[in-house]
Unconditional design. Structure first.
Length: 197
């Protein structure tokens, strides 16, 4: 399995991304060396794609597959792509506040701690649907890990398209997220332009 081992804050600096969007409170003290060089159109498009891949933890091939699927769907490709990425199981667990970062949520799913409609699912890229019930396994609920996670994520805002019950470590997908409800600083139009060349 391919793993991106680039230090997170370093990557955030290079993509001009605030670590808060990854669920990380740290700030980098180093000043990025801003050059006055104007980025080309291609460089801007590439940066947006890399930003989306980095935020959701998706590699190139799966990302291309998401784009192809979004292109086949009804409606605009850009918002469709963002909706598909947002409906990944690891991201939904993150949005529900059952993990501090998307990376941690991916690990929680990998370790078979998550049930979708009562069945164990250990595929982070699993696409959740409207009406799906996502919860932490009964055996894992009492562990210290989740108490600590809830302390950290307590003040985090849960999107309107999700319904969460923090006491029972459970959530429901009420509806599909619209682009306005996805608070990710990515300009998906540039990604569409990049792939449609």
């Amino acid at each position: 399995m391919a793993v991106d081992r680039t230090p997170v804050l370093k990557r955030c600096r290079s993509l001009a991304l605030d670590p808060v969007f990854l669920g990380i409170d740290k700030k980098s003290n180093r000043n990025p060396h801003r050059s006055n060089r104007k980025l080309s159109e291609y460089a801007l498009q590439l940066r947006e794609k890399q930003k989306a891949k980095f935020i959701y933890g998706v590699l190139e091939k799966p990302f291309r597959n998401y784009y192809a699927k979004a292109d086949r769907m009804r409606g605009l490709t850009g918002p469709n792509l963002m909706t598909l990425l947002e409906l990944r199981l690891d991201n939904v667990v993150f949005r529900l506040g059952l993990g501090r970062t998307r990376k941690e949520c991916r690990q929680i799913v990998d370790h078979k701690h998550v049930l979708v409609n009562g069945k164990t699912v250990n595929i982070p890229s699993y696409q959740v649907k409207v009406g799906d019930v996502i919860e932490i396994k009964e055996k894992a609920k009492s562990s210290q890990r989740y108490k600590e996670i809830l302390e950290v994520t307590e003040g985090r805002l849960v999107p309107a398209w999700l319904d969460v019950d923090h006491e029972n470590l459970k959530g429901v997908v009420k509806e599909l997220p619209t682009r306005d409800e996805i608070d990710v600083p990515v300009n998906e139009t540039l990604i569409v332009e990049l792939y449609s060349k």
